[in-house]
Design a protein around this ligand. Structure first.
Ligand code: URP
Ligand code: ZN
Ligand code: ZN
Length: 463
């Protein structure tokens, strides 16, 4: 199968050029002017960008959590990804009690088998950190191709600082890194007890129980541990300007700390928790939405390179039937998480590039080239010869208003319902095969169930 994309503007993190792109099979073969190859399919991309597909490095496909499970499986979740221009995801793989990391990897790969429609990889999440499990890190990196390991400082499956130190050292030794959900558990516990005594149990108090300082403290502690062990860490879903300040200070000092933020923290704010009735539960996620004050610093953090990636933390629970299953009387029982994989690229273009907060090249950097580099997806993240032909033909002028009715995620709401978008994918390719296309007023999935592949990633130091 060959494909020739003509007359488009190729945009990479490092710059743009008007050129044609010729694809044979899975790979980009040639980039040049006026290419005139016979191809099975020829696409005219005049007036459009040709960008690398987005990489969502933070998803929770089918994750069992808080008495239920995140609703998208590897089919529905990756169909939604494809329709949003996300052509790879790196999904969290929660180690179960007593399980080895390898068993966890094989278990989650078996869930993806025959279902996944774009390429994916896994970050093992260490939740039962026996000494044997810490020793498994080497093999997980070098044989299984999973060089990033997630730990949580909160929830029942949190790990303590002693585990963190061991994991930081071990991952560094073999070219890996540790990803951290950074919030101070004891600050949260204190606030929860206080609000319980005062009968403050509506969704709004979910936000109030997890103050910015809880994130900032945890990030600063991780940074000290990274410095102590001369290792590297990556802060997931950084949400507050106070948290960002900690990352900035550390990076000034040359400490190897990387950070991601998410569209919800850039675009939505704490006022959402004041929605009438139980509506605020739609935004119950951790960390919570912050006040508007944090938004400009986060955009500037992306623009200035202090934040290296944007990912979604896609973790969908229906408003009717899941958010309200246990939590109507107490925010602590509302499943934490929200959907987002399908709206990632459109939101970052529309709110970021179209509103002049970040450049087009920066968008490609934080959505594609950055995650490819940090997470060792060596064939992804760039439109260049030899890379996988994971591409989005993007129309910067196409309008869309976000509504769950026209999206594909397996959930009954979008936190971004009603947001007006400028710029949508026209065509999406995964390794040279068309997987999604714009059709009148929405995206259609046109890919093949089960065609996605597991990506063995490379250790950090080899890119
Ligand atoms: O609320 C969230 N973020 N749910 C998913 C689990 C996590 O903390 O990332
Ligand atoms: Zn988290
Ligand atoms: Zn998450």
């Amino acid at each position: 199968m060959s494909l020739l994309i003509k007359n488009g503007q190729i945009v990479n993190a490092g710059g743009r050029q008007f050129a044609d792109v010729y694809i044979e099979g899975d790979k980009i073969k040639t980039i040049g002017s006026n290419l005139d190859y016979p191809a099975d399919e020829i696409v005219d991309a005049n007036g459009k960008y040709v960008i690398p597909g987005a990489i969502d490095s933070h998803t929770h496909i089918s994750m069992p959590f808080m008495g239920t499970s995140a609703q998208d499986d590897y089919y529905t979740g990756t169909v939604a990804a494809a329709c949003g221009g996300v052509t790879s995801l790196v999904d969290f793989d929660m180690q179960q009690k007593g399980e080895s990391l390898f068993e966890a990897i094989e278990r989650k790969k078996s869930w993806a088998e025959g279902k996944v429609v774009v390429d994916y990889s896994l970050h093992p999440a260490v939740t039962d950190p026996s000494p044997e499990v810490i020793e498994e890190v080497k093999q997980a990196i070098l044989e299984y191709g999973t060089p990033s390991f997630k730990v949580f400082m909160v929830y029942d499956f949190r790990v303590d600082d002693a585990v963190m130190i061991k994991l930081l050292k071990k991952t560094k030794q073999f070219g890996g890194l540790v990803q951290v959900h950074a919030e101070n558990f004891y600050f949260l516990q204190h606030m929860n007890e206080l609000f319980a005594r005062e009968g403050k149990l509506t969704p709004y108090y979910h936000a109030k129980s997890r103050p910015n300082i809880a994130e900032a403290e945890a990030i600063s502690r991780i940074i000290k541990m990274v410095e102590f062990t001369d290792s590297r860490a990556y802060i997931v879903h950084l949400s507050s300007m106070e948290g960002l300040e900690e990352v900035k200070k550390a990076r000034y000092r040359g400490i190897n700390v990387f950070a991601e933020t998410c569209p919800q923290y850039l675009i939505l704010d704490e006022e959402r928790y004041k929605a009438p009735g139980f509506e605020g539960a739609k935004y119950v996620m951790s960390p919570p939405l912050r006040t508007k004050e944090s938004q400009d610093p986060l955009w500037n953090g992306l623009r200035d390179g202090y934040l290296q990636t944007v990912a979604t933390d896609h973790c969908p629970f229906d408003f009717n039937g899941k958010k309200d299953m246990f939590g109507t009387d107490d925010y602590k029982n509302i499943p934490n998480g929200a959907p987002g994989i399908e709206t990632l690229l459109m939101l970052i273009h529309s709110e970021g590039v179209a509103k002049n907060r970040i450049s087009l090249e920066k968008m490609v950097e934080v959505l594609s080239a950055g995650p490819a580099k940090i997470f060792g997806l060596k064939d992804k993240g760039e439109i260049s010869v030899g890379k996988d032909a994971d591409m989005v033909i993007f129309d910067p002028d196409q309008k869309f208003t976000i509504t769950q009715r026209l999206l594909h995620m397996n959930i009954d709401y979008s936190p971004f319902e009603g947001v007006d978008i400028t710029g949508m994918p026209s065509l999406v390719y995964s390794r040279g095969k068309k997987v999604a296309e714009w059709n009148e007023n929405h995206m259609d999935f046109v890919g093949e169930k089960g065609r996605g592949r597991f990506i063995k990633r490379v250790p950090f130091e080899s890119i």
